[in-house]
Ligand binder design. Sequence first.
Ligand code: DC
Length: 219
Amino acid sequence: MQIAIDGPASAGKSTIAKLIAKRLNFVYCDTGAMYRTVTLLAKDNQIDYGDMSSIVQLMDEHSIKFINKDEGQDVLLDDQNVSDEIRSEEITNNVSQVSAIKEVREKLVDMQRQLASDTDIVMDGRDIGTTVLPNADVKIFLIASVEVRAQRRYKENIERGINTSLKTLEDEIAARDYKDSHREISPLRKADDAIEVDTSNMTIEEVVAKVLEIVQANK
Ligand code: DC
């Protein structure tokens, strides 16, 4: 069974996808982490985030692996765990540029389809229901207002010792939404057959219950 969870930045996709995967005992795949890892690769090698050919060459020279854990997944870049590093502000604010590169997307979409080919999976991202797994059994499109999403990022940042103003976070989220939904190749878009869930006024448990209800109805 394939469950696709798409939506804009900080709508709660990975929190929900992780919990759903755990409840159903499915593999979890966070595709945003893949784009973030390629962005980290560019940063570590002092490559411009728009330098397509150098980034593609780096992808051929390095290995990106995913290890499923009880709680989510770890990302390994050349066997080094970069799960925390890929969440830095620098990576967050530049990943949209790297993820707009066609060749980067082609390589990562191949990896994502491969991962989903022989296991029950919950995959979260921006284009899972529209492009990566167009025949997914269940497609969810999670949304929340920019204000609520900025609040969530604010809390997460405080827990990690980062203090960024709410206004800055709102601006960053709105900028990422714009870039992700206006890029040429597989932009962020709700698939025609996806079910939209607005999480603005819902608790995590309520969203999980709602998604499980949708999964049950589509079994
Ligand atoms: O979900 P996230 O914030 O970790 O995703 C990081 C970026 O990666 C996001 O701004 C757009 C890009 N992305 C994408 O283009 N396609 C996906 N399937 C997942 C993420």
